[in-house]
Design a protein around this ligand. Sequence first.
Ligand SMILES: O=C(O)CCC(=O)C(=O)O
Length: 191
Amino acid sequence: MPSAIAEIPGLTYSPDYLNSDEQAQLLTLIDQQTWLTDLKRRVQHYGYRYDYKTRKVDENFYLGPLPEWLTPLAKRLHTDGYIADAPDQAIINEYEAGQGIARHVDCIPCFGDTIISLSLGSACVMVYTEIATQHEVPILLTPGSLVVMQGKSRYDWMHAIPARKSDVLHGQVIKRGRRVSVTFRKVILQH
Ligand SMILES: O=C(O)CCC(=O)C(=O)O
């Protein structure tokens, strides 16, 4: 395990979860769907719509089951033991070079204890920040990899993708291209 990952309790990183053919097929399917354009970056929401204004999901935002083309992957993550319940929500984010996502903890009352992000396209650095200490740890996410947030990494650390065109890691400049991520979650409904 690279030492940076060991600094973040509860974080698992699995490179090459999807092989290059699987990555290309999934990216083609994603690009055949409709992108939402209300944010700076384009997104697609499945299962439940996430409301960026109220920062939550509830039963009124149910869109239907995950689409047929995404369901096998959601099930595979579950049967491979990455998540206790099969995910029922996915957000696909597209980042052109220079785009990012502000640091955040995924909605605690809305989503279960496991958040899984699959990377496609370009590599990028995700920066984890421990809330209590503001200690930052950059983690390189390569195409086909999974990053799984559970425990402290899910609840006590924020994650962000700085909006920049390249990342510098261990003195090496890594240029960014278009990255597409698929983040899987299990929704918790409040009653
Ligand atoms: O792009 C990613 O890997 C992470 C996306 C994310 O943090 C989110 O959708 O909340």
